[in-house]
Design a protein around this ligand. Structure first.
Ligand SMILES: [Zn+2]
Length: 465
């Protein structure tokens, strides 16, 4: 029996795999909302019992003050085989206030412009990711009664709130994380035809810009023109940070010619940006100005004003304000750190304050460092061979503009291991927004690639970690 038989069975079982995924998607396991903590727990129990019936030693792990995670392992019949750790997450982003065209927690199958899709919160981020592994594992067990290597699952319940306790779990249950190679399945493919290998992430730095000038609000008619207006000063400060396109004038990076050359395969044209970013008719993507779109999205900084204390139209009064604050989200490009960006912001903001106001930066807690990875070695060649069989082409290296704190954490704690970052999202998935969807063609190819990947990785020598 060969992996081709296993892939064939996985393909025959595809409909029942979709049903299985549909079942998991009914749990509103929204980690940021304490009202849904019980759903996270119930889903974790369900996954653990499903893994148990696949012959895994499965546990729901919990720690004080943390949502649970599922840890499971199954050894194969071959002593000394390498161990693969598969990371995924079971928790979801909230759906409140979003205009969905289908019920967010009831998976709905519909054809779209680019093929059939399954619509539901979490369909691609990230339940489709780890269910694609359950399906591959099940097919191996049904056809051969065994796995080609030792497999561990680690399915987290707090990824969507930034994995605040994952490192505590790593410390408390180190054996759950012990492996020779890791597949972290929460990332994107550059198109439904190109499998992606994520090798960089931007970091996240959140900071408040605070302007002060008066000890209390005062009458604008009496003191305007002589007392500084902090609201205007704040607006001028913010305008200093960006060019005419709204892109940051600080934190820019030089990238290698090799990186730019690799972008040739990335189908990130105006149409993809228009639909992926939900541009209104007549609104164009920002001009590239000598840097390809993928470079702007993955390798350069970005700044967004998240909120301000400027008075709302329904709560204004005719006064000069004592203080004004803007909260900024700054994406840190790979290769730069939070302190690099802070120093550059300070240089722009704290010199020559408009109207002589007092200005300061106040760092917010949290955030994430950027991440840049050089994939090399036999595990990546093995992955390329597996993807070649399932997708008809090897993995394409891509970056992600967002920040995934667990990735930087795995990168720091397990730097000596091959980290294969892939997933089942595509540019039209709409993760974290309304009408999130999983492309079923991508889902099927992901399952087949996993089938071949286990076989290829099973042939490698364990690293002895
Ligand atoms: Zn995710």
């Amino acid at each position: 029996m060969t992996s081709t038989d296993v892939a064939e069975l996985a393909e025959q079982r595809f409909e029942s795999t979709i049903d299985e995924l549909t079942g998991y998607l009914e749990y509103p396991a929204i980690s940021c909302d304490p009202a849904h903590a019980a759903d996270v727990g119930r889903l974790a129990q369900r996954i653990a019992s499903d893994l148990t019936s696949l012959g895994f030693l499965a546990q729901v792990r919990s720690l004080e003050g943390a949502l649970p995670l599922v840890a499971a392992s199954r050894k194969c019949g071959r002593p000394g085989a390498p161990t693969l750790l598969i990371y995924g997450h079971l928790d979801l982003q909230p759906v409140r206030g979003e205009a969905w065209s289908t019920p967010p927690h009831r998976a709905t199958r519909k054809s779209s412009r680019d093929g059939e899709r399954l619509y539901a919160r979490g369909a691609a981020d990230d339940m489709g990711g780890w269910v694609s592994h359950l399906a591959a594992v099940r097919a191996w067990l049904e056809v051969t009664g065994d796995l080609p290597l030792d497999i561990r699952f680690l399915i987290e319940g707090e990824e969507e709130i930034g994995s605040p306790n994952l490192e505590r779990y790593m410390d408390a249950f180190p054996e759950d994380f012990s492996a020779d190679v890791m597949v972290l399945t929460d990332c994107e493919n550059p198109s439904v035809d190109l499998p992606g290998l994520t090798t960089s992430l931007r970091g996240l730095y959140e900071v408040d810009v605070v302007c002060e000038a008066l000890s209390s609000d005062v009458h604008s008619g009496l003191w305007g023109n002589m007392a500084p207006d902090v609201s205007t000063a704040l607006s001028k400060f913010l305008a200093r940070l960006v060019d005419d396109q709204g892109r940051p004038v600080f934190g820019l990076c030089e990238v290698s010619e090799a990186f730019r050359a690799g972008l040739e395969h990335i189908p990130l044209d105006a149409e993809v940006i228009r639909s992926g970013a939900h541009l209104l008719p007549g609104i164009e993507p920002l001009a590239e100005l000598g840097r390809p779109a993928a470079e702007w999205l993955w390798r350069q900084p970005a700044v967004t004003i998240l909120s301000t204390t400027l008075p709302r139209p329904d709560a204004h009064k005719n006064a000069l304000r004592a203080q004004a604050t803007a909260s900024l989200s700054v994406r840190i490009p790979p290769g730069k750190t939070r302190s690099d960006l802070r120093a550059e912001l300070e240089a722009l903001l704290l010199i020559d304050p408009p109207g002589g106001v007092r200005a300061k930066l106040v760092d917010k807690p949290g955030g994430a460092e950027s991440w840049l990875y050089e994939p090399s070695g036999p595990a990546f060649s093995a992955a390329d061979r597996a993807y070649e069989k399932a997708w008809g082409r090897p993995l394409v290296q891509i970056g992600i503009g967002g920040s995934i704190p667990f990735v930087a954490l795995f990168g720091r704690r397990y730097a000596n291991l091959p980290l294969i970052l892939n997933g089942v999202m595509d540019p039209q998935t709409g993760a974290h927004g309304p009408d999130e969807s999983l492309h079923l063609g991508v889902f099927k190819k992901a399952i087949l690639a996993n089938v071949y990947l286990y076989e290829e990785l099973g042939l490698l020598r364990p690293t002895g970690s």
